[in-house]
Design a protein. Sequence first.
Length: 223
Amino acid sequence: MKAFSDARMRGYFVTFEGGEGSGKSTQVNRLISRLQALRINAVGTREPGGSPGAEKIRALLLDPNAGRFTSMAEVLLFYAARAEHLDKLIRPTLSRGDWVVSDRFSDSTRAYQGLDGRINPADLAAIEKLVVGETRPDLTFLLDLPAAEGLKRAQMRRGDAQVDPFEQQAVSYHVALRGQFRMMAQSEPERWVVIDATQTADAVEKEIWQVLSGRIKARKELK
Ligand code: T5A
């Protein structure tokens, strides 16, 4: 645990959260390019997935023909993938002093699986503590937009591919999900930054960069 605390002094962990099609992967890619242009070593990744084993679990969870697992099985699969992702990619990258930028992380489990209400929130919190420990994000962007707009974008991006079990949920679930994410952001304003994702991708990128350049400057001043 000591080694990891030291690692967090050096690396920086940014996550993107939000509903389906809110533009997270688009912004992860744009942010990685901007960081690399500044010669900041940064790794872009995603959940579920981000390491070979975790990508295999992703395929199970998102299999369009499999339907959803039972609530507890689903939570444990997301956390099994996350444990792999943390040990194989996130912690080693932060230990080198580099940045990790992830499309979703544990807040997605709190939002999606927490919203189902079939898992006791205390149990969910205990699993999060066990797996994530001190490796919490330093900064989380919530890309916020109406559920219907996000689903429309996700559908356009998917084309003819089959829809996964999460996107298949009723629109009311996605509407509630947006509320859940906004509530989570409000309860921890020092970590979350809410971005209006109805703007163009360029405008969203610019707003994210304004926040991050402030953080980069502050980190340089600390060194
Ligand atoms: N899940 C995940 C859980 O239930 N629990 C968990 O713990 C975790 C980690 C993952 C699913 O798993 C669930 C949540 C998800 O349902 P996924 O396929 O990775 O499945 O789904 P998403 O993370 O939602 O990814 P999407 O690709 O659907 O959405 P993104 O990444 O938010 O959006 P993006 O960037 O791909 O953009 C979608 C389309 O919109 C365009 C893009 O070009 C693209 O075509 N776009 C814009 N259009 C207009 N204006 C903008 N500003 C735009 N930005 C992007």
